[in-house]
Design a protein around this ligand. Structure first.
Ligand code: TPP
Ligand code: DXP
Ligand code: MG
Length: 642
């Protein structure tokens, strides 16, 4: 597929790509063969992600860049650090991972969708959260200098990575830390949504400013037209740079002591290669600004860059998702987003903030319908939370819609700025629980534990999408920081009331009574609890109660203790890590009251959970399949007199 307009199915054969085991194989190819290889890589990316889903758009945009990187540098001796590393598929293909493991990327049988040190020596640094590459690469370069090595370190950063605070913290430190660091700014003007903020506008100026471009590129010929300029040209590059800095506004990067090269066409393989060769020999930190097109080579991905940033499986010919256009039941993110629209329309003080993820959080609905109450602050979760805290001091009711895993970035802001000052910020944490295909960097398994220890907050989890809206109302009706956690994907298919009904803070819901065993479950685990009840009552002849815990903090201690004193066995079930989780809270509560009722805590073990095909697949692989949970309960029953 040679241009962006054709839509026919990509080739299924990859004669050149199948011969590439490493950089040396690349260097044997002619320029023409390299262009053919680029096409084969695009075909492979499209074919595999059409089945598995994945980050097709970002990877199509870095095909030439990745080839050039491996032509010029030698991994693993030289080290590449990809920011977020969702755009690392091409790097994987070029470093010996083009077999069945690539066909299964992001699934149980295949590669991670991100770089991982455990996966390959060519993956110098793992990632999944944005904004880490420059900092880590700077650490590597500084360590290299300190140990007298002479390999190269290259940070590959997207334009939106520069909206991250950590990236700017690292940029501030580059010139003082090392003389040799190559930074690639892969500028496609997109984050997941369109990139935002002053940095994005500035980068766009660099790309579009004709003066800067022409002068910057062709300063030598410019000098020839200036009296005395000729003699300066003879003085060579150093003089040129001196002159240029007077005539051409030096870039922000040069102000930070980093030599700026570009902007160049990131799809012109020979040009990118030449610039990387120059950067490799540079004796000062250098940033190469490459301009790329997200989705290059596949028209649907170019036309819909946000959808193809991280796509679900799709039909190649049409680009249409294989899933139903309108997922039934609706995804939690859309229930949240539409409810937020209603709340915002009813009260101008209710606003919502995203960190560069309007679609994923569902705030796209608010952005479309009530844009004046919608804020996208870029990939800047720490700022998002502080920004909300500031808003709350002025009477606004801000909602931070940030995935559970990405909210980890703002843990200090939660403690130090929001809860210590009791500011009524509402946090809607989607992707609480598993994000199966994304894996360890994206599962939301820690928020119950990391929030439990913070005073002055409320944490709750709904049993279904109707209760999510009730919990939003509950959060708005009180004045403490409030956190609502809910899973990735579809709800339970219940009807959502027109008018939400606020809940009584700290009160759980008895779904069914039981005198032998009582199960306290959170969110999607309630379904599993009801299934266990049915099985145990039918097969073990015991009576099982099920409680929708609803509130993690404050826990419904009154009901818990009353039930613990009359039942034989308590069980907790949470889609979070067991360590310090909901079950730990229940155990501590029983212990504080000297209640000795035996307790089984069902949750994720104290380990990182990798990527997999689905929630049930990962549960089965980590001893959390329904039969495992039943066996766990039965094993405990043997030790108590029931
Ligand atoms: C801390 C954090 N917040 C949000 C995300 C979600 N996310 C993944 S990639 C991405 C956009 C990255 O844009 P850019 O760096 O420009 O790379 P591109 O996809 O354009 O190649 C975002 C917001 C994340 N991975 N990490
Ligand atoms: C790379 C990244 O962090 C995002 O693209 C993330 O993969 C989105 O996850 P969802 O698909 O769950 O929105
Ligand atoms: Mg980008």
């Amino acid at each position: 597929m040679n241009d962006d307009t054709q839509n026919n199915a990509p080739s299924e054969s990859y004669p050149l790509l199948s011969k590439i085991k490493g950089a040396s194989d690349l260097r044997e190819l002619s320029q023409e063969q390299l262009e053919t290889l680029a096409q084969e890589i695009r075909d492979r990316l499209i074919n595999v992600t059409s089945v598995n889903g994945g980050h097709l758009g970002p990877n199509l945009g870095v095909v030439e860049l990745s080839i050039a990187l491996h032509l010029v540098f030698n991994t693993p001796q030289d080290q590449f650090v990809f920011d977020t590393s969702h755009q690392g598929y091409v790097h994987k293909l070029l470093t010996g991972r083009n077999g069945p493991e690539f066909d299964g990327i992001r699934s149980s049988k295949g590669l991670s969708g991100f770089l991982s040190r455990d996966e390959s020596d060519h993956d110098a640094f793992g990632a999944g959260h944005a904004g880490t590459a420059l900092s880590a690469a700077l650490g590597m370069a500084t360590a290299r200098d300190a140990t007298g090595s002479d390999d190269h370190v290259v940070a590959v950063c997207g334009d939106a990575a520069f909206t991250c605070g950590i990236t700017m913290e690292a940029l501030n430190n580059v010139a003082e830390s090392t003389k040799r660091l190559v930074i690639i700014l892969n500028d496609n003007e997109w984050s997941i949504a369109k990139n935002v903020g002053a940095i994005s506008k500035y980068l766009n100026e660099l790309i579009t400013n004709p003066i800067y471009n022409r002068l910057h590129h062709d300063f030598g010929s410019f000098l020839k037209n200036v009296p005395g300029g000729d003699s300066l040209v003879k003085l060579g590059k150093k003089a040129e740079r001196g002159w240029k800095s007077m005539v051409v506004p030096s870039s922000l990067f040069e102000k930070f002591g980093v030599r700026y090269l570009g902007p160049i066409d990131g799809h012109d393989l020979p040009l990118v290669t030449r610039y990387l060769e120059f950067a490799r020999e540079s004796h000062e930190p250098v940033i190469v600004h490459v301009v790329t097109k997200k989705g290059k080579g596949y028209k649907p991905a170019i036309d819909f860059p946000e959808r193809f940033h991280g796509t679900s499986p799709f039909a190649i010919e049409s680009g249409k998702s294989n899933g139903s256009a309108k997922p039934t039941p609706p995804n939690y993110q859309d229930v949240f987003g539409k409810a937020m629209v209603k709340f915002a329309k009813a009260d101008t003080k209710k606003v919502a903030i995203t960190g560069a993820m309007p679609s994923g959080t569902g705030l796209i609905h608010l952005s479309n319908e009530v844009p004046e109450q919608f804020y996208d602050v870029g990939i800047a979760e720490e700022h998002a939370v502080l920004f909300a805290a500031g808003m709350a001091t002025r009477g606004l009711r801000p909602v931070c819609a940030i995935y559970s895993t990405f909210l980890q970035r703002a843990f200090d802001q939660i403690i130090h700025d929001v809860c210590l000052q009791k500011l009524p910020v509402v946090f809607c944490m989607d992707r609480a629980g598993l994000s199966p295909n994304d894996g360890a960097t994206h599962h939301g398994l820690f928020d119950i534990s990391y929030l439990r220890m913070v005073p002055n907050l409320i944490t709750m989890q709904p049993k279904d999408e109707d209760e999510l809206v009730d919990m939003m109302q509950t959060a708005f009706d009180q004045d403490l920081p409030a956190f609502i956690r809910y899973p990735r994907g579809a709800g339970e298919g219940v009807t959502i009331k027109d008018e939400p009904k606020p809940l009584t803070i700290g009160k759980a819901e008895i779904l069914s009574d039981g005198s032998d065993i009582v199960i306290w479950a959170l969110g999607p685990m309630i379904k599993d609890a009801l299934a266990l009840k049915k099985k145990i009552e039918a097969e073990d002849g015991l009576s099982v109660g099920v409680i929708n815990a609803r509130f993690i903090k404050p826990l419904d201690t009154e009901l818990l203790l009353a039930q613990a004193k009359q039942c034989r066995l308590l069980v907790t079930m949470e889609d979070g890590i067991r360590t310090g989780g909901f079950g730990s809270l229940v155990a501590e509560t029983l212990s504080d009251e000297d209640v000795t009722t035996p307790l089984v805590r069902i949750g994720w073990p104290d380990e990182f959970v990798g990527h997999g095909d689905s929630v049930s697949d990962l549960r089965a692989r980590h001893g959390l399949a329904p039969e495992d949970m039943l066996a766990n309960i039965r094993a405990k029953l043997k030790t108590v007199d029931v």
